[in-house]
Design a protein around this ligand. Structure first.
Ligand SMILES: Cc1cc2nc3c(=O)[nH]c(=O)nc-3n(C[C@H](O)[C@H](O)[C@H](O)COP(=O)(O)OP(=O)(O)OC[C@H]3O[C@@H](n4cnc5c(N)ncnc54)[C@H](O)[C@@H]3O)c2cc1C
Length: 415
């Protein structure tokens, strides 16, 4: 069966679903294809924070040295599995080259330009479509145990101020008043009151319901194995036959380079594996999401459940759950919280973040391929940037002047 839509969207994670949402609102017909069930990739078990405050890119002077030191510590939040992989080597080299202040400033502005409007677009979407995903706007805390580490983080509020993101510094007493679930030896940190949160699995499930109601066609368990342009149409060829679209959006998250390679496209993304543990709420759960800075551990409390997540493992498409890394999440949380984890463990999970080489998303026309668009490479912030990405893709495909300057995300920067 050769069904044809205006737009074929490959990948039904938060990014593909948000692209579908805005394209449908502009009157396009849309088919979403996913190799598995929609929302079952990285968009499922992540920490669900919507954080413009995380705009500063990873590529920053000093990052290479920090990464090398982490490599020597088996419970550290960062790990590269040593192996002969030319794509990984090229990615690491490209990343290292971007650890300069000019590249950092560029990445900061590019990410903030997506994150700031996305935060409010997500809130609007949740309200207008009545998405039941425990969306809330209580802010976000970044906390420290050592004065030395907090001093070394002084660049962070300065960077955020440059892109209009408010930060309030809190000392030990103020932090304790803001968040009583923290231990006495937490020395203070930063409050970013404009940050928000939702349950990511509920967000994607509700968004799926919403786009279906707006007329989207969804085909789960359709693994796209090839994409060809013939007769002015894109043909997605996969396990269940062929689907046609006048345009196609590649929103395959960490899997994007695989199809990109077949099309001769350079999509420098590595899967950055992260883990999470979901439990019932501890008795003394924090009121707001917390990042435990020295351990790089993120904790998100929701009305219904509670999650600890972290780590960045470059181990290729490795699908094992590493017990040592999962245990390190709990050990780390214990250093900051009075009651670090709920009694009943609901789920242990890993996901592959789509890490682009410059930690800036790749959004825009695929070089040399008319009618093919990329919406990928959102790294650690795909949930937060999902709405803006959908709006930008819709603006571009609908031939409207985009409200966000697309230049920094142009896939051609890697061509
Ligand atoms: C531990 C952890 C914590 C995180 N916390 C946060 C957070 O707090 N806030 C935040 O903003 N972000 C967070 N992230 C990052 C966020 O999860 C990702 O950036 C985001 O989910 C990427 O969305 P996506 O739609 O691009 O990818 P995905 O959700 O992975 O979707 C890609 C889809 O493509 C499908 N697919 C792949 N190949 C094919 C094929 N050949 N044919 C058809 N379909 C295919 C997959 O099945 C999948 O459904 C976190 C990530 C991790 C791992």
């Amino acid at each position: 069966m050769n069904r044809e839509s205006d737009v074929l969207i490959l990948g039904a994670g938060a990014i593909g679903l948000c692209c579908a949402y805005y394209l449908l609102k502009s009157g396009h017909s849309v088919t979403l294809l996913d190799q598995s069930t929609p929302g079952s990739g990285s968009s499922y078990g992540n920490c669900g924070t919507i954080t413009p405050s995380h705009a500063p890119p990873l590529a920053k002077p000093g990052m290479v040295g920090q990464a090398l030191r982490w490599m020597l510590d088996p419970s550290a939040p960062f790990y590269v599995k040593p192996r002969l992989d030319p794509a990984l080597f090229a990615w690491l080299l490209g990343f290292a080259r971007r650890c300069t202040w000019p590249a950092f400033e560029h990445g900061l502005r590019a990410k903030a330009a997506l994150l700031n409007p996305s935060r409010y677009a997500i809130e609007r979407m949740c309200r207008e479509e009545q998405l039941q995903c425990e969306f809330s706007t209580a802010g976000h805390l970044t906390v420290f145990k050592s004065a030395e580490a907090m001093d070394a983080f002084a660049w962070w509020p300065r960077a955020l101020a440059q892109v209009g993101i408010g930060v309030v510094e809190l000392d030990r007493t103020q932090m304790r008043a803001r968040e009583p679930a923290l231990r006495d030896d937490v020395i203070g940190g930063f409050d970013t009151p404009d940050d928000a949160q939702f349950r990511p699995d509920l967000f994607v499930a509700e968004l799926l319901r919403c786009v279906l109601a707006k007329g989207a066609r969804i085909e789960p368990h359709f693994s796209v194995e090839n994409l060809v342009f013939a007769g002015h149409r894109w043909r997605a060829i996969g396990t269940n036959g062929e689907r046609l679209g006048r345009a196609a959006v590649l929103a395959l998250g960490a899997w994007s380079p695989k199809l990109g390679r077949q099309l001769g496209l350079r999509v420098p993304i590595q899967p950055g594996k992260g883990y999470s543990i979901t439990t019932e709420r501890p008795d003394l759960a924090p009121k707001v999401p917390v990042v435990c800075r020295e351990r790089s551990i993120a904790i998100t409390p929701w009305e219904s459940t509670y999650r600890i997540g972290s780590t960045m493992e470059f181990a290729g498409y490795d699908s094992t759950l590493n017990r040592r890394r999962l245990d390190a999440l709990v050990t780390g949380a214990r250093e900051y919280l009075v009651d670090p984890i709920g009694q009943t463990r609901i789920e242990e999970w890993y996901g592959w973040r789509p890490m682009s080489m410059d930690d800036v998303p790749i959004i825009g026309p695929a070089p040399g391929h008319e009618g093919l668009w990329l919406a990928t490479g959102h790294g650690m912030l795909g949930m937060s940037m999902s709405a803006s990405t959908g709006q930008l893709i819709d603006d571009l495909i609908s031939h409207r002047t985009p409200s966000i300057d697309p230049a920094p995300y142009d896939p051609a920067r890697f061509a």
